[in-house]
Design a protein. Sequence first.
Length: 227
Amino acid sequence: MKMMKMIRKIAVFLILISASGVLAGQENDFGIWLELNTTHKIVKKLDATVNGELRTFNNSSQVRQVFIEGGLEYKLTKRFSVAGSYRLTSRREDDDNFYWRHRIFADLKLKYPVNDFNISARLRFQRSTKTYIEDLEDLDAAYLYRLRMKVDYDIPKVPLAPYIYYESFSPAFAGEGFRISKYRLSTGAEYHVTKKSDIQAGYIFQHDKDPELRNTNILSLGYAVKF
């Protein structure tokens, strides 16, 4: 019960932060993210993943990007794993045309169960390159550190798992010290359709600082399956 009260307080905190961002008079937008995630066990401790996603913006009137991502995850222990993946993105750029972006991820993941709760953390190193070039800086790869902290709760005897998470984005090798250029706050729930498939619905508040201040309210819908 104490943990449930804590999660409720955190959820209220996320909503208040989101509301404060909207009231701050910054540029605001709304988007929908639709995702499909698949996982296949290759051998013991080694999984392959293939994920796809479509994201809209401009009050969900236009497609912002579509991507497909594939990778591998190796479980070093029951609680700790490492992963690597590659993402190919088709993204709408400033000239209103779509161009390819390439992104590589390296992840460290930690999971810690506490009764019916699951506490997880993911530290991700990200490298991105563009094919749409507006200035000389676009020719260089961009590097980020991303840290996500998540708590979900498996409701006893109910195939539903509400969750909350926070994720920060920090430029790497920028030579300007540590700073957070973007963050996401999210709350939602996963419904276990079967032991190997889930559907998910959630709300994400995203605050961008680079290249300009922008708040985005996002409706996230997804389906995940293991085979």
